[in-house]
Design a binder for this molecule. Structure first.
Ligand code: CAA
Length: 702
């Protein structure tokens, strides 16, 4: 069966792309469209053509899984098809529902008009794959929207809703009945005459002041740190304003080729598939259907509980926010309202959206009214006895089918589940702060959590716009377990003579939003001291906890809010502080540690290699299912730069042997028990293998 169906309706040929799941422009689709167009042009009974998507969407772009295969370069290539569209003597209308993304929108931009339903979205998201739109998108989009809109839309890769897209000139008409409306539109063009192809509409790209581009580059320099694609996108959009169409196209082709060959493109495409793969759980077959979740209760109205409640409300799910402390509940609701008001004042939501979302959050003061919830998420502070008490109450108050989730970041899921009569329905649902913003949802399976419970939480995570990752039950789960190696190592390096500025500069140049020491200062250190005191008791005998945080707190330097920590602060400006350095040096002397200088390269290795080593240990222990799941967790929960593909992908790119070497050094320095090499890593390096081989090695036994 062809990937494109041909039918004639009212003297209009309707080409329906039927290539699930997203009608990507694979060779089969391109061939089908070229054949369909040729047939329509040859058919004297046809006056115009409509291209429409079968199933849930128009064309979601190039077929990413085809990149690098012979099919991607085989004719008809997308650009050949586009030339045929633009040369067509019969008008072509792109009929858009679902999404028209990347090459899908670029193809639509070569049609004579674009008609959409109001729920459709269009966009050029290639930047998220480390690419730029390589089929004329950078040249045609600004011809419709003007340069400034195109710069913003293409460098962010944002999806534009159809209503906005119509206002911006990308969509020509919005209709209710897509097929009938598009056929009628096409016939009208056949009768009245079609407009000039987009490529020939030059008014919005003529006489553009080059300063627009320089200003845009300057404004975004910091945001794009470390990424190649956004800056190249600005270059090619600029070329669309000062070169002929064909010259600009040649330049776009060249830049696209460069990006296609880049490591960042490989990393970002790895990440794209990783996020989708993470939702597939090997022992939860597709036949296990997730339960519908229509109403949720969140217990605890603090920062975390409020953020979780907003995540549901934003996705259209009704939520009760429960707190037995009336004052806390009031404060929690006020904080939620304030967050929405900030979004409103920034223009990111409308008043109607704010009212609707707030209206979905019902504050409640007790457990009497939970008979209608499908899921509960407990988000109170980390105290096992309290959590068990709450789970016992929830077990009684919620219907038997309801899933009971805990937002704990470290406590044992099984112990929490033991307070209920339904341990199969208990699961960790670990959100990251601020929960309404951060994308990671770490689902944590206990020993009795059922497949249905897991399937439900993974599906729910996607539904509320999160990136769900399934973790096993251990201290710190996937993410926090690795985090300590990063933060503690920064302190070890300070003791040995590196400065806070140097460490943070290296981390930030790598792409972290904020270096580990600036982060400590921002988070505040007073509370960290208590957490560390507990952790210290559980450390293996061969390991020493650095005590710089303790020394800072003793000196009254508890972080940014107090005006000083590892840095001193003037307003928000962080400044190097000789006093902090003196405290660090004194502590190094007290510990008998000799100080030395570090190269940036060594700092980078010591900050990030241990993450990869610990990730490998999580794979060994079955805490993480796949290396790529760890990447998804770290990109979304900890701001690991997405253009590296995540720590595990990055580790493999730079060489697992290098990671192993660092683990050997740090094992010797900091204690073998926790810092020494992972057995899996040793085996992979010894056998010249990579993460894809890990499951087989683990199954054999390390
Ligand atoms: N190519 C190949 N497979 C794709 C794909 C694409 N462009 N887009 C989605 N898929 C696959 C996914 O891998 C997933 O497969 P599995 O079910 O096997 O995991 C399936 O389609 C469904 O995808 P989602 O789970 O993401 O479904 P969704 O409904 O949540 O989202 C979507 C749909 C918005 C289209 C989203 O998939 C998406 O954003 N896709 C990428 C779009 C994109 O980046 N297009 C540009 C491609 S590059 C390009 O076009 C270059 C050029 O200039 C020629």
């Amino acid at each position: 069966m062809s990937a494109v169906e041909y039918a004639v309706e009212n003297e209009v040929a309707v080409l329906t792309v039927a290539y699930p799941p997203v009608n990507a422009l694979s060779l089969a689709v391109r061939t089908g469209l070229a054949e369909g167009l040729a047939r329509a042009l040859a058919d004297s009974g046809v006056k115009a053509v409509v291209v429409i998507g079968g199933g849930s969407t128009f064309i979601a772009g190039a077929d990413i899984s085809e990149f690098g295969t012979p099919n991607s370069a085989a004719e008809p290539r997308l650009q050949t098809l586009q030339a045929q569209f633009e040369a067509s003597p019969k008008p072509i209308v792109a009929a858009i529902h679902g999404t028209a993304l990347g090459g899908g929108l670029e193809l639509a931009l070569t049609a004579h008009a674009r008609v959409a339903v109001a729920s459709a979205k269009v966009g050029l998201p290639e930047v998220k794959l480390g690419l730029l739109p390589g089929a004329g998108g950078t040249i045609r989009l600004p011809r419709l929207t003007g340069v400034e809109v195109a710069l913003e839309a293409v460098t962010t890769g944002r999806h534009l809703g159809a209503v906005e897209a119509e206002r911006l000139g990308v969509i020509d008409a919005i209709v209710d009945d897509l097929r009938a409306g598009s056929v009628a539109y096409a016939l009208k063009l056949a009768t009245d005459g079609a407009p000039a192809p987009v490529r020939d509409r030059n008014d919005k790209v003529s006489g553009v002041d080059p300063k627009v581009f320089d200003d845009f580059r300057a404004k975004n320099r910091k945001k794009w740190r470390g990424q190649i694609a956004p800056a190249r996108i600005v270059d090619v959009i600029e070329a669309a304003t000062n070169r002929s169409f064909d010259e600009a196209k040649a330049y776009e082709n060249q830049a696209f080729g460069e990006l296609m060959a880049s490591d960042q493109r490989k990393a970002l495409i790895h990440y794209f598939f990783a996020e989708r793969e993470a939702r597939k759980i090997p022992d939860v077959p597709a036949e296990v259907k997730p339960l519908p979740v229509r109403k949720v209760v969140v217990i605890g109205s603090g920062l975390m509980g409020g953020g979780i409640a907003m995540s549901f409300a934003n996705a259209g799910i009704a939520v009760k926010l429960l707190d037995v402390n009336a004052e806390a509940l009031e404060r929690g609701m006020a904080a939620v309202r304030k967050t929405y008001e900030t979004s409103l004042s920034r223009g990111s939501i409308s008043q109607a959206q704010m009212d609707e979302r707030l209206g979905r959050i019902q504050p409640i003061g007790g457990y009497d009214d939970l008979g209608d919830v499908d899921m509960a998420i407990e988000a109170v502070f980390e105290d096992m006895a309290l959590k068990q008490e709450i789970f016992a109450l929830l077990d009684k108050a919620t219907p038997p089918h309801a899933i009971l989730g805990t937002n704990t970041s470290s406590l044992d899921i099984d112990q929490i589940a033991s307070a209920t009569s339904r341990p199969d329905k208990v699961i960790g649902a670990h959100f990251f702060s601020p929960a309404n913003v951060m994308k990671l949802l770490e689902a944590v399976r206990g020993s009795q959590t059922s497949a249905e419970t897991i399937a439900t939480v993974m599906a729910l995570g996607k539904q509320i716009g999160k990136a769900p990752v399934l973790a096993g039950n251990c201290d710190g789960f996937i993410g926090n377990r690795m985090l300590q190696y990063y933060t503690v190592n920064a302190e070890y390096m300070l003791e040995r003579g590196a400065t806070p500025e140097q460490i943070d500069r290296v981390a930030e140049a790598f792409g972290m939003a904020m270096g580990p020491l600036a982060m400590r200062d921002l988070a505040g250190m007073a509370q960290a001291v208590n957490v560390r005191a507990v952790r210290k008791k559980t450390l293996p005998v061969d390991e020493r906890m650095p005590e710089l945080v303790e020394r800072m707190v003793e000196a009254g330097r508890i972080g940014q809010r107090s005006g000083s920590g590892f840095y001193r602060y003037e307003g928000r400006d962080r400044l190097p502080d000789p006093e902090a350095i003196a405290i660090i040096t004194a502590e190094a002397q007290r510990q008998g540690i000799e100080q030395r200088t570090f190269t940036d390269e060594e700092i980078l290795a010591r900050l990030f290699h241990p993450l990869v080593n610990e990730g490998a240990k999580e794979l060994e222990e079955g805490i993480a299912i796949r290396a790529s799941d760890i990447d998804v967790a770290w990109v979304n929960g900890y701001g690991f730069p997405i253009h590296t593909g995540g720590p595990m992908f990055w580790g493999e790119q730079i060489g697992l042997d290098k990671v192993l070497e660092t683990a050997r050094v740090l094992g010797a320095e900091n204690g073998q028990t926790r810092w020494g090499p992972s057995k899996l890593l040793e085996r992979l390096v010894a056998e010249g293998k990579g993460w894809k081989d890990a499951p087989a090695l683990i199954a054999q036994g390390l």
